[in-house]
Design a protein around this ligand. Structure first.
Ligand SMILES: [Zn+2]
Length: 378
């Protein structure tokens, strides 16, 4: 880095924005608050995280490489949401995760087989509570919680049973549940009633029958109660689970999602999802403010994953994401929901670089590869 580089720092823990100089001292980066307001377009936040992706590449049919949607797009850590179950977890950790530069955590599927089959929760023989409990306990902190998909075409005649078994495991190990919601049965009211503080409802803005919002965008009573007792709602955009209309109405009625995640997988990374910054841009366009969007990919997932120091911006910076707000969407990028509706964002979140393991790495968006040439971004 040649000239001093100024950045606008977004601190989601203190909910503060300030100008700082990014200093390189003895090979390490430090933030020093700047006296004057130096104009800069570069914004620095703690490293972004994505709580719902599928990255058991080569084994489950929907999975992709974590680096495609990870460091290459400003995302330092991704949490795989149930691609592995207790029977398939070892292969994920031994042969797949070590090939990624992006940090990976996982929600363990309550179904022993994970997502090698997409009706993974439809057969009672596919669950083993004891083995799943042991797999969670033996794989700390890699396993961040238990995943269950509680939707009609996935659970079949088992109804709420997969969720009840997942809850049994989650409570036994003291970890949160991540519950996928969709078309009933089970009814979303019955699902929400089984959730405890800290549990996460993913696909919160799915626009299917049985979604948990009123026509005015207010939470239905069961969701209101769940939110009041500390259940968290997560975007989980996916290929079929995100409606602009529902998201806009909910946000304008005062409900912001706790976390923003992509549910990135093979069927949506070429659209409509693409990556986390695209999903963040959509949430900005749906009415969230930038600080809330940044909190939803930094301090919020850090809380779910129990990463107390993740957002620390003092001392030598181990990780951070640098980005800017552009008026121009990337060429050819459409901002669609999963209902086929399109919006035109006025402000597009564009990742520029990451500080990873203390090194500044520019994101080359043309080749989507990482280069190790620290560049003055100012
Ligand atoms: Zn998913």
């Amino acid at each position: 880095m040649n000239a001093p580089m100024y950045v606008k720092v977004m601190d989601p823990v203190r909910q503060e924005v300030y100008t700082a100089q990014l200093h390189l001292k003895s090979g390490q980066y430090f933030l020093e608050p700047a006296d004057e307001d130096h104009p800069t377009e570069v914004i620095l936040s703690p490293g972004w995280m994505d709580l719902h992706v599928h990255v058991y590449d080569g084994v489950t049919p929907l999975s992709i490489s974590a680096d495609l949607i990870g460091l290459n797009t400003g995302v330092h850590l991704v949490a795989d949401a149930g691609s592995a179950g207790e029977a398939t977890l070892a292969g994920f950790r031994r042969y797949v995760v070590p090939t990624y530069r992006t940090e990976v955590r996982a929600w363990l599927n309550i179904s022993s087989i994970g997502l090698v089959h997409l009706r993974e929760a439809s057969d009672i023989n596919l669950f083993d509570v004891e083995k799943t409990i042991n797999a969670v306990l033996d794989n700390q902190p890699f396993i961040c919680g238990v995943k269950v998909r509680s939707e009609r075409n996935i659970v079949g005649s088992l109804g709420l049973q997969p969720l009840q078994l997942a809850r049994t495991v989650a409570r036994a190990v003291g970890k949160p549940l991540m519950v996928h919601i969709g078309e009933p049965p089970p009814n979303v009211e019955d699902i929400l009633e089984l959730l405890d503080p800290g549990d996460v409802v993913t696909h919160c803005f799915h626009g299917k029958v049985g979604n948990p919002w009123t026509a005015d965008g207010e939470p239905i009573p069961a969701l209101m109660k769940a939110l009041q007792r500390g259940v968290k709602i997560d975007v989980g955009h996916g290929a079929g689970s995100f409606s602009f209309e529902i998201a806009k109405k909910a946000i304008s009625s005062g409900s912001t999602p706790f976390s923003i995640s992509t549910d990135a997988h093979a069927m949506n990374i070429n659209g409509p999802v693409y990556d986390l910054p695209t999903t963040m841009t959509k949430m900005l366009t749906c009415g969230m403010n930038l600080m809330d969007v940044i909190s939803a990919v930094t301090s919020a997932p850090a809380e779910v994953l129990g990463l107390q120091n993740w957002c620390n911006l003092s001392g030598p910076l181990q990780r951070a994401t640098l980005f800017r707000i552009s008026e121009q969407p990337p060429v050819g990028r459409a901002y669609m929901d999963t209902k086929g509706r399109e919006i035109t964002p006025n402000e597009v979140i564009v990742p520029e670089a990451v500080i990873s393991d203390g090194a500044l790495i520019r994101i080359d968006r043309v080749t989507t590869t990482l280069t190790h040439n620290p560049t003055d971004l100012g």
